[in-house]
Design a protein around this ligand. Structure first.
Ligand code: F6R
Length: 341
């Protein structure tokens, strides 16, 4: 897919893209359904994952994010499907729509066009078309806002409004020291200091970042991992607290020599979560640099997206340090050609 907007530009305009998407969808009404499956892959699929996490945290309806062919075997047509594909041509997402049609399941689409838009028009399904010309992963605000407007998650309107303020107030992400997030790095010898995206990227260059978050911030940790891979062309690992304390923590007995931990945290965490972070650090990360990033804002959505914004900016800075272009993802394009998508 040809992107006319570079990833760097879109990352620096993350708040502006969010504001534009919010303004465009003001009249949209939430759907009426007990359960929703949100199908999508990669940069489009992350919107469904964030929506699922938000519904888990706030309630309002059951959201299941799905990133695979077809639909889950339990889908019986009683749920509504929202298919999200930026290009509209992703095979897995299209096969989910085909399955929904077989099941006579109500479905709708969010896309720029492609086969998905054609199918929606053909079947009279609700279609939200969004602006073309971006890399799908860089268009996250454009995909996420119309999705969230359709989901009756508790308090969603107020969360969207606050998120716009929090992301907009941060200015241009990626300019190095702009306040897109608050981070503190503590090396094993105890040195620490506040860091912006550039300083975080410097600490991640040539390293293997292990990115961790609790609750919805585990999904944000996954976004960091994907953005570091796609933009900086560098591997990273992610996991969720508290689950990692029951398995991965044992592997920290012999970590790779270049391991760095990135801890994504909310202010005023529940005591159990805050205590667990400190205990995990003392038990497993005594000899490793831990970069702690604190979310901004009040609502879960604002907090999580403030750390998505920071992670996106970090990935672009890391690309610079790695001497690679953030925008192209040649191997994904090549694979899609091989599979004739
Ligand atoms: C590219 C990207 C990919 C795509 C994925 C699915 O920027 O992030 O992960 O999002 O290959 O394609 P779409 O989004 O067009 O359905």
């Amino acid at each position: 897919m040809t992107a006319t907007n570079s990833v760097e530009t879109d990352v620096s305009r993350f708040g502006a893209l969010f504001a534009a998407a919010a303004a465009a969808g003001e009249a949209a009404q939430p759907l009426v359904a007990g359960g929703v499956i949100v199908a999508g892959m990669g940069g489009s699929g992350i919107a469904g994952r964030l929506a699922q996490a938000l519904a888990e945290r706030c309630g309002g309806l059951h959201v299941h994010a799905w990133s695979d062919y077809g639909l889950p075997a339990w889908a019986d047509g009683s749920e509504q499907l929202i298919a999200i594909s930026y290009s509209g041509n992703t095979a897995e997402t299209l096969s989910g729509v085909e399955r929904a049609i077989e099941l006579d399941c109500k479905w709708e689409a969010i896309t720029t066009g492609g086969r998905l838009a054609a199918l929606a028009r053909e079947h009279g399904a609700r279609l939200i078309t969004i602006e073309p010309g971006h890399q799908p992963r860089a268009a996250l605000p454009l995909l996420l806002v119309p999705l969230l407007r359709r989901l009756p998650i508790s308090g969603i309107a107020a969360q969207l409004a606050e998120t716009g303020d929090v992301l907009g107030a941060a200015g241009a992400a990626g300019d190095g020291e702009s306040p897109v997030g608050a981070a503190t790095a503590a090396s094993p010898d105890g040195d620490s200091g506040a860091s912006g995206p550039v300083a975080i990227a410097v600490q991640l260059a040539g390293k293997l970042p292990f990115i961790y978050g609790a609750g919805g911030l585990a999904t944000v940790a996954y976004r960091w991992r994907c953005q570091i891979a796609e933009n900086a062309k560098q591997l990273a690992v992610h996991h969720a607290l508290p689950e990692l304390d029951h398995n991965e923590i044992v592997g920290w007995a012999a970590p790779p020599p270049n391991a760095v931990v990135v801890a994504l945290r909310e202010p005023d965490e529940p005591k159990a979560v805050a205590t667990r972070w400190e205990a995990t650090r003392a038990a497993a990360w005594r000899d490793v640099t831990v970069i702690e990033c604190r979310a901004r804002g009040e609502s879960p959505l604002a907090r999580w997206l403030s750390l998505v914004q920071l992670g996106d900016a970090v990935s672009v800075e890391l690309a610079r340090l790695n001497g690679v272009e953030p925008t192209p993802v040649a191997v994904i394009e090549e694979l899609k050609r091989m599979l004739e998508e």
